[in-house]
Ligand binder design. Structure first.
Ligand SMILES: *Cc1c(COP(=O)(O)O)cnc(C)c1O
Length: 239
């Protein structure tokens, strides 16, 4: 094994241990949780090692980096999640490799995703990114629909050809009422998920929790955690 692969293996084992302990503490089964490894800023060679180590889900947040990486790794049994703010002019490219777009936050984006999914003959899973710190009608600093906008946006995804409404995603807010209160934020997302599932019972994915707060996400009931730094190391520059 190369040094890097051994390092990734050790980091993955440590993250697995954290997830296992968090599940045990919450009385949940490990199978209820899906680990998504966020590979942004790291090379395709790392994605390949991760796949060899058993990772099945990876996430990226910038199309410019993700598109060539996904092409390099197209032989691997991986699901690609897109988790970054998405401009409509990048949608055609993203639909070419993404299985799930977790950052759906406006109807205009739904329209573009649907059109390109149909053109490509693909079905794209969509999570609505919720900005828990956004006011009515507003959007979060890092994207996301305000809680009051979920119902309308969900209806638009549910009615869009080529798209499948998967559930909800959030990033714990750094400011506002939930700053420093990740578990409360994730519990609020769970309540919003429960409400969403009344009209959309299959939309049961809840993507919450990153390297620093995966335990709180597991405790709150998340189904998917998105872990970058704890597996790959601290990113240089913007990620
Ligand atoms: C980068 C990123 C993550 C992973 O963050 P880490 O702190 O590195 O684990 C998760 N979700 C989103 C949306 C991200 O952009």
């Amino acid at each position: 094994m190369t040094d890097r692969k051994a390092e990734l293996a050790a980091n993955l084992a440590a993250v697995e241990e954290r997830i296992g302990a968090a599940c045990a503490a919450a009385g949940r089964k490990r199978e209820e949780l899906t680990l998504i490894v966020v590979t942004k800023t790291y090379p395709a060679s790392d994605v390949r090692f991760l796949s060899e180590l058993g990772v099945r889900h990876v996430a990226e947040n910038r199309d410019q980096d993700a598109a060539p990486k996904a092409a390099d790794c197209s032989d691997l049994p991986l699901d690609w999640h897109f988790v970054g703010q998405l401009q409509t002019n990048k949608v055609r490219s993203v639909v070419g490799y993404a299985d799930v777009v977790q950052s759906v936050d406006r109807v205009k984006l739904v329209t573009a995703l649907s059109k390109e999914a149909v053109r490509a003959g693909r079905e794209i899973g969509c999570l609505l990114q919720v900005a828990l710190d956004a006011g009515v009608g507003g959007r979060g600093d890092r994207g996301g629909v305000a809680p009051e906008g979920i119902e309308e946006l969900a209806a638009s995804v549910a009615g869009a050809p080529g798209l499948r409404l998967g559930g909800l995603m959030t990033v714990a807010p750094l400011t506002g009422a939930y700053a420093g209160r990740q578990q409360a934020a994730f519990e609020r997302l769970m309540d919003l998920s429960t409400a969403l599932r009344v009209a959309h019972p299959a939309a049961n994915m809840v993507s919450a929790g990153m390297s620093a707060d995966l335990e709180q996400a597991v405790a709150a009931g998340a189904t998917h955690v998105r872990v970058g730094t704890a597996v790959l190391g601290v990113r240089r520059g913007l990620g």
